[in-house]
Design a protein around this ligand. Structure first.
Ligand code: SAM
Ligand code: SF4
Length: 333
């Protein structure tokens, strides 16, 4: 079977799937406090998610990341992980992983490890309980810490993702770095992105360019650039003094699109070929129209043929340009 290659000769090998738009947190940069969630009938069922992911895997996707909203609040989600593990067993899938806020990890870590998940990304922007409560609105730091401990006890490798927020976690740069080094967690900083309608002013206020963050890190440590790329917006450095690897996800200030190997599917089955563009293809209709996967595959191929060369986010000239109206919880971060 022919694998998915886009018009710029990029092989599509990485699929990120959002399994719910719901979440038990309300991070200020991600969601409004009173979110209108989608009616259940609009969401792909677990069976539909299985068909969709399995088709992508047949078409050459080797890495599958489950996200949301908060993926671990989706009812029955372990059934889906269990189902996906069959593709790990056949070797068609190399990696099954997830991005989570960690709140439910204490419950699910052992089950995730049992179905073949090896690594999890846990989003954590601060180690201060009061600041954590403020940024997540509804979250509790101790619950996430317990989840992280459970994940480690289950043998999962942990990568901490921290959104860099000016005036919020600037003062925790070294605390976070030291904590991750001490615990053996990888660490990646994410530049805040202009998603949703959060208000232009607030966004520009919060924007802490990672080149500034990196410069701060370099005041204390010697950093060596690593050649390693993930096919995505992350770049890595090694802290020579500790050997620790630190990632930077800078979708706004770096051009990473030439190596882009990924696409995203929302919880309603919309396939987004680029995080920063509005163009998408509806995969729910072909999924529901026929029990046969031919229309689905056709829709996927037609969409990949339209994958754009790159995106246009730009914070320059004090205006948020190229802004897209979706929230991250919709597209799946
Ligand atoms: N709920 C899970 C979590 O928090 O890890 C998965 C979904 S969340 C949308 C995925 C990632 O997107 C998180 O690391 C979160 O910090 C990040 N994120 C959300 N809104 C963002 C924004 N406006 N800019 C940059 N990153 C954002
Ligand atoms: Fe929920 Fe993740 Fe968005 Fe926070 S970043 S509100 S945890 S989906």
């Amino acid at each position: 079977m022919e694998t998915l290659i886009d018009p710029f000769a990029r092989a599509i090998s990485y699929l990120r799937v959002s399994v719910t738009d719901r979440c038990d947190f309300r991070c200020t940069y991600c969601m409004a406090e009173h979110m209108q969630f989608l009616p259940k009938k609009d969401l792909l069922t677990l069976e539909e998610l299985d068909r969709l992911c399995s088709r992508f895997i047949r078409l050459g996707v080797g890495k599958l990341r489950i996200t949301g909203g908060e993926p671990l609040v989706r009812k029955g989600i372990m059934t889906f992980f269990q189902a996906m593990s069959r593709h790990l067993e056949t070797g068609a899938l190399n990696e099954l992983t997830l991005t989570t806020n960690g709140s439910q990890l204490a419950r699910f870590a052992a089950d995730l490890a049992a179905v073949g998940v090896r690594r999890v990304n846990v989003s954590l922007d601060t180690l201060d309980p009061a600041k954590f409560a403020a940024i997540t609105r509804w979250g509790r730091l101790d619950q996430v810490m317990e989840g992280i401990r459970a994940a480690r006890a289950a043998g999962l490798r942990i990568k901490i993702n921290a959104v860099a927020l000016k005036g919020f976690n600037e003062d925790e740069l070294f605390t976070l770095t030291d904590w991750c080094a001490g615990e053996g967690h990888d660490l990646t900083f994410i530049e805040v992105m202009p998603m949703g309608e959060m208000g232009e002013e607030m966004r520009l206020d919060q924007y802490w360019p990672l080149k500034d963050l990196r410069a701060r890190l370099a005041e204390r440590f010697t950093l060596s650039d690593l050649a390693e790329r993930s096919g995505g917006p992350a770049r890595y450095v090694r802290i020579n003094e500790t050997g620790q690897k630190v990632g930077f996800i800078t979708p706004l200030s770096h051009n990473f699109c030439e190596s882009c190997n990924r696409v995203r599917v929302t919880c309603t089955g919309e396939l987004y070929m680029c995080l920063g563009q509005e163009d998408m293809a509806d995969l729910r209709a072909p999924l529901r129209a026929s029990a046969d996967d031919a229309p689905l595959e056709q829709a996927i191929r037609a969409a990949i043929a339209r994958k754009p060369k790159g995106h246009d986010f730009d914070y320059s000239r004090q205006a948020v340009r190229g802004q897209v109206s979706r929230h991250m919880s919709h597209t799946g971060g």
